[in-house]
Design a binder for this molecule. Structure first.
Ligand SMILES: C=C(O[C@@H]1C=C(C(=O)O)C=C[C@H]1O)C(=O)O
Length: 446
């Protein structure tokens, strides 16, 4: 009965309208439109900003992927899109928790196990123009005109102003080394007795801030240093303009979970890490270790083979590319590109549900790895290492793995990082790697 009523309401149409304005940088747009509901910037691609919420879709438990797909599809069908250019089409932006859970524990209590938002205002930045789409109440002409005005004046008066510096009151931004090493050893003890072969151990750093996080400046810094990464920020559903400051899950992740457009699917295995060296010679030696080390190769192979195997279950063809080195400002990774083509249409969320968690953030075999993480790890993962991204009415979309990330709420920021542990891993080396993975976020706080 309640569901029937719900469905009937779902049949109501949602207005959509679009305006165009001049090009803006991500930082200018964030500063002009703050508070922002979500930010999504693909590697070297256009950024999209969500302002306000026309509608939200939330779900929990193991069925959250399918529930979001079903309710999200129904919602997107209600939007009048015939007159919209493709780039201005409505998308749902959001993410899901790492584990199948009914609710999330602190510090994640503001977030849902799955939450996606249809923005009231969706701003798509481009090199030549900015598209401002409005949905539901956001499609009202005065609202759209106001956003266009705000964007037109973006950057004025702030060009020469420096952003407030964020000063972390915690002086030692490093994870507890003995604690970390003990947990790595606990995983290796389990590997010795089987069936576990790899588990990803994560750690969290909790930092107090003296000023609220300036999102525009933070994402600009992450964009300058990590342009080839997905830069993102999400606020929990129900966040109202004026709530100060809204909680934010943000980061710059190098790892694509899956991208789907029409019948083409792109994904990758990204696992196996060495730090950047302080000098060119050390850096080259590190890369050479990454390419030759058999422990790192084993750790990587669990990921590549499982992703390819899972895709073969639905895709007509799966092509596994050559393994390569992916270099970032803080680390080098082993990467294997994986490409698939479909002969039937499949929703991007079906791939998200199948692939998450890959052995890059879970382990191998999956059940033993997840059980180990539950028992050995002290980190509350929430949305960390879980899918974040968007999907549209065609079931196309793009999802990344929410690593190199942090959760900001009130005047605290919790940073997350993790490493794959296998039989041959050296706990001390893994600790240094962990520190390198905290760097992208740590550096914007220092
Ligand atoms: C889990 C993280 O990174 C993952 C683990 C990696 C590894 O163990 O080498 C590499 C890339 C990511 O898939 C993280 O950065 O928090």
């Amino acid at each position: 009965m309640a569901e029937d009523l719900h469905d009937r309401h779902q049949a109501d149409r949602l207005d959509a309208a679009v305006r165009t304005t001049g090009p803006r940088t991500l930082r200018e747009a964030i500063q002009a439109l703050d508070p922002i509901t979500a930010v999504w910037a693909s590697p070297d691609g256009p950024a999209v900003l969500a302002v306000g919420q026309a509608k939200t879709v939330t779900a929990s438990g193991a069925a959250r992927f399918q529930e979001v797909k079903r309710r999200g599809d129904r919602l997107l069908e209600r939007v009048e899109t015939a007159h919209l250019p493709e780039r201005a089409r409505p998308r749902l932006f959001g993410g899901l928790s790492f584990f199948d859970q009914a609710t999330l524990e602190p510090p994640w209590t503001d977030f849902e196990p799955a939450a996606f938002v249809l923005p009231a205002i969706q701003v798509t930045l481009g090199r030549d123009q900015t598209l401002v789409s409005g949905f539901g109440a956001g499609a009202a002409p005065p609202r759209l005109d106001q956003i266009v005005q705000q964007l037109a004046h973006a950057g004025e008066g702030t060009q020469t102003k420096t952003d407030p510096r964020i000063s972390a009151t915690a002086t030692d931004l490093r994870a507890d080394r003995p604690d970390w090493i003990e947990r790595v050893r606990a995983i290796q003890d389990r590997i010795e007795t089987g069936p576990l072969q790899k588990a990803v151990l994560a750690a969290a750093l909790d930092v107090a801030l003296t000023d609220p996080l300036p999102l525009g400046a933070v994402l600009k810094t992450l964009t300058d240093r990590y342009p080839s990464c997905y830069r993102f920020s999400f606020t929990p559903p129900g966040t109202q303009a004026g709530d100060t400051p809204p909680a934010q899950f943000f980061g710059a992740t190098p790892e694509q979970l899956v991208g789907k457009r029409g019948r083409t699917v792109e994904t990758e295995a990204l696992a196996g890490t060495v730090e950047r060296g302080a000098t060119e010679a050390i850096d080259a030696a590190n890369v050479s270790r990454l390419q030759r080390d058999s422990t790192l190769a084993v750790e990587h192979e669990f990921v590549a083979s499982r992703i390819a195997e899972q895709l073969r279950e639905t895709a007509a063809t799966v092509t596994v590319g050559d393994r390569e080195v992916r270099s970032l400002a803080n680390v080098h990774h082993l990467r294997t590109p994986i490409h698939a083509t479909l002969d039937t249409d499949t929703h991007v969320l079906d791939f998200v549900a199948t692939l998450h968690p890959t052995p890059a953030v879970g382990g191998h075999p999956p059940e033993a790895a997840l059980e180990t993480i539950h028992e050995v790890e002290s980190t509350v993962r929430g949305w960390y290492a879980a899918p974040v991204g968007w999907f549209d009415a065609n079931g196309d979309g793009e999802f990344a793995v929410g690593i190199r990330s942090a959760l900001a709420r009130d005047s605290r920021v919790t940073l997350f990082a993790g490493n794959g542990i296998v039989a041959g891993s050296d706990p001390e080396t893994e600790y240094e790697e962990l520190a390198a993975k905290f760097r992208p976020i740590r550096e914007v706080l220092e």
